[in-house]
Design a protein around this ligand. Structure first.
Ligand code: ADP
Length: 525
């Protein structure tokens, strides 16, 4: 007999307590604590534990205990570890009995009896509820039945709490994926109000999540330019269409330039995926947003590349062909001077072609290898500057050249051929982009740590917004001047790569209409 004479009454109380635990609590540890407490009291035991079975490997481990000192938990777990060996839903009771006696010894010397009940839900073993007593008392099959029905109630509570725990974990996992996704993510409700966004969304769109949430999507995502209809129009036209019953519904892609609240414009692509409920009605739209500015820029650059390069190649080729076929005419005889001048043009234009091809090759090499290789030696930038001015002076009559190097200019370690290329390019640009002439100052300064070289002109200058971009591959400032002057937009790109390879920096200062100063700084050691 169980020791509690008023067991039927108490049983009702405990069953009530368990059902309260089921409804009132969802945290697993709290549910286990209540179930355990009720069971220990119910069978007038002294000690109890609940072990739960891990879904991954089927191993049992103590998840709640009463009357057991914490240092006993690890040895108990070791005993529990091999209770279920396979996929069976009930333990081998013979084996379990042996185990229980061993466990009783671990817990306390004078535990005399143990009662174990499997916690089973829908034929699935969830765990084991064990109560130990310090005395022996008979347990009738009837008592055991009542206890088992109590354990079944407990199993429902445990199962619910485990489901809740799993859902919570899943939710945290999804929230983490969402938060750290590189793409912007935005969740809309069925009326297209934003209900959640992640941090990449904030970065791409310039909207803080607090400000964006709760707003209609078209209040937040404002297009400066859009290539097709937006989500709202698409919905009016029947989006999302279910292709076949059971198949996933179509997604909707829209691309364009987004006007951010800080007035920046970014090119983005958005994919909207609808979430449907069981009736096939949309409950949410999940939107993933990608910043495609760099992709756009690359596309633009490729177009510019093809047009500039073909233009730049065509001019010298046309000149070479023109002069060569003139010289080759059978019906005319040319004097030596004409022949000489024509050959000179052919040679110069062939040089220009070689130079252009060299630049293209270097640029593609930089792109592939992410840098320029250098042949280092002592280099004096003042000497390179003076030499370059000497050479370039002959190209123009409109400009006055001034050299302005600090005295006792020091040598640095560098690649003389590459640095000459940079300096030549800066001076050529100074001439090209000040077509009305003016002074061109080529000079340098130094400190203990670095040397700085500059080229200053009094030409058109460069608008502030373009001052970074002119160092990009193939980038040329749009306008009259660019159209009238030859160029590929490669010179400054190569210059920057060469200066970076020297661990230096290159930049421009300019007030449009009042000239530009290009300068680069290289460390001395
Ligand atoms: P390119 O001269 O072949 O076009 P660069 O890379 O040398 O290519 O220069 C890129 C662009 O920067 C030029 O097209 C021009 O718009 C601008 N630029 C360069 N140097 C100057 C300068 N000294 N003054 C004004 N604009 C300049």
């Amino acid at each position: 007999m169980l020791t509690l004479p008023d067991f039927p009454v108490r049983q009702r109380d405990f069953l009530l307590e368990i059902s309260r635990a089921i409804t009132a609590r969802l945290e697993l540890s709290e549910v286990l604590k209540r179930v355990l407490h009720a069971s220990v009291v119910m069978v007038a035991g002294q000690v109890g534990l609940i072990a739960l079975r891990s879904e991954e490997d089927g191993i049992f481990a103590v998840r709640a205990y009463a009357g057991i000192s914490p240092d006993k938990v690890t040895p108990l777990n070791a005993h529990l570890a091999d209770l279920f060996t396979g996929r069976e839903t009930t333990p081998d009771y013979h084996y379990l009995n042996a185990k229980l006696s061993e466990m009783a010894v671990i817990i306390h010397d004078d535990l005399k009896q143990s009662i174990a009940m499997p916690l089973t839900f829908a034929d699935k073993p969830l765990g084991l509820l064990i109560v130990f007593r310090s005395y022996q008392a008979r347990i009738t099959p009837g008592d055991m039945q009542i206890l088992q029905s109590f354990a079944d109630q407990a199993a429902i509570a445990v199962n619910n709490a485990q489901l809740y725990e799993r859902i919570n974990q899943e939710r945290q996992r999804l929230a983490a994926i969402l938060q750290y996704s590189g793409d912007g993510v935005m969740i809309l409700d069925a009326s297209l109000d934003i209900i959640q966004v992640n941090s990449a969304f904030e970065q791409i769109t310039g909207w803080l999540s607090d400000q964006a949430m709760g707003q209609p999507v078209d209040e937040v995502l404002k297009w400066a330019r859009i290539e097709q209809s937006d989500l709202r129009d698409a919905i009016l036209q029947g989006f999302p269409r279910q292709k076949a019953p059971g198949s996933s519904p179509e997604t909707f892609y829209v691309e364009g330039d987004l006007q951010r609240p800080d007035d920046l414009i970014v090119s983005i692509g958005i994919t909207y995926a609808p979430l449907l409920n069981q009736d096939g009605r949309v409950t949410n739209y999940i939107a993933s947003i990608r910043d495609i500015s760099s992709f756009r820029r690359a596309q633009e650059m490729q177009n510019v590349f093809i047009s500039t390069v073909s233009h730049e190649l065509r001019t010298p080729v046309a000149l070479i062909k023109g002069y060569a076929s003139t010289l080759n005419r059978q019906d005319a005889s040319w004097n030596m001077q004409v022949v000489h001048q024509s050959l000179q043009v052919i040679e110069e234009e062939a040089d220009r072609l070689t130079e252009l091809i060299d630049d293209l090759l270097t640029a593609s090499k930089i792109q592939a290898e992410r840098g320029v290789s250098l042949q280092m030696a002592d280099v004096r930038l003042d000497v390179l500057g003076a030499g370059a001015v000497e050479r370039q002076k002959t190209q123009t009559t409109r400009h006055e050249f001034i050299l302005s190097f600090q005295e006792l200019f020091p040598a640095i370690q560098g690649d003389a051929r590459r640095l000459r290329q940079v300096i030549d390019n800066l001076i050529t640009n100074a001439i090209k982009y000040s077509p009305n002439g003016g002074k061109i100052t080529v000079g340098g300064r130094y400190s203990d740590h670095s040397v700085t070289f500059f080229v200053r002109d009094e030409g058109a200058g460069i608008p502030e917004a373009e001052q970074e971009r002119i160092f990009e591959r193939f980038y040329r400032v749009e306008g009259n001047l660019a159209r009238k002057t030859k160029g590929t937009g490669l010179g400054l790109y190569l210059a920057r790569a060469i200066i970076h390879a020297h661990k230096g920096t290159i930049a421009v200062k300019s007030t449009p209409g009042r000239g530009a100063t290009f300068y680069f700084t290289i460390p001395r050691d």
